[in-house]
Design a protein around this ligand. Sequence first.
Ligand SMILES: Nc1ncnc2c1ncn2[C@@H]1O[C@H](COP(=O)(O)OP(=O)(O)OP(=O)(O)O)[C@@H](O)[C@H]1O
Length: 246
Amino acid sequence: MTIMFIKPDAPSPPAQRTPHLRLTALCAGYPGRPVIRELDARFDRLTTTALIGPNGSGKSTLLGVLAGVIRPTSGEVLTHGDRRPAFVPQRGGVADALPLTVRQAVAMGRWGVRGPWRRLTKRDRAMVDSALDRLGIAHLGSRQLGELSGGQRQRALIAQGLAQESDLLLLDEPTTGLDPEAGERIGVLLGELVNDGVTVVQATHDLHAARAADHCLLLREGRLVAEGHPGRVLTTSALARMWESA
Ligand SMILES: Nc1ncnc2c1ncn2[C@@H]1O[C@H](COP(=O)(O)OP(=O)(O)OP(=O)(O)O)[C@@H](O)[C@H]1O
């Protein structure tokens, strides 16, 4: 397995997209359980990509590899980014009872820059405020994370991801459990982030969110079965085939 870092290029117009990440013959999984099999893919800079597939198809595992928390068993991950990716896990993967306020949870997004429990600078605090504002949860800053509704907690986790100020944002089912308006708001936000210089990858079961992406990868049993523009890939027949055989 090889991980190589390459300095980022200047932002380019869509016609000359450059990859942020490129995967070649990637295999990854868990001890005794191979999941991702021989996957070739690229994630272009300043685009949104949706990972789609039935339960257990390997979307979260692939995100884990992109985040650097799951080590490939073979193949190559070539990254052109120079910042650590920001990873927003599934809400269910985060302990609900953490004794933290929403603001403290979002401020943890600055730990990668500042170090754990260090005093935040004025700029750090401004980043935290901006992330809370962009997710519409500034008024919840002093509430305990564990007291929030599922959708509010989800937004707090996304705000923590934004506070990391990465150029690569990875989200695992960010709109699951959100009401339609909050889901729409996240969709708009992800588009704005691309304009701010962020490459976005989200695993999702939300077809509306997937159709709004620039690109999508369709996974089944850890293999890439289709990729391209969602309008071309997410056809009724392709989706029916996918879920019938899952
Ligand atoms: N920590 C783990 N240890 C062992 N196997 C795991 C672990 N996490 C996931 N798996 C297995 O890896 C496979 C892929 O799981 P993964 O969570 O990547 O799929 P997914 O497409 O994200 O599914 P979902 O849509 O249900 O979230 C499944 O068979 C799952 O049981």
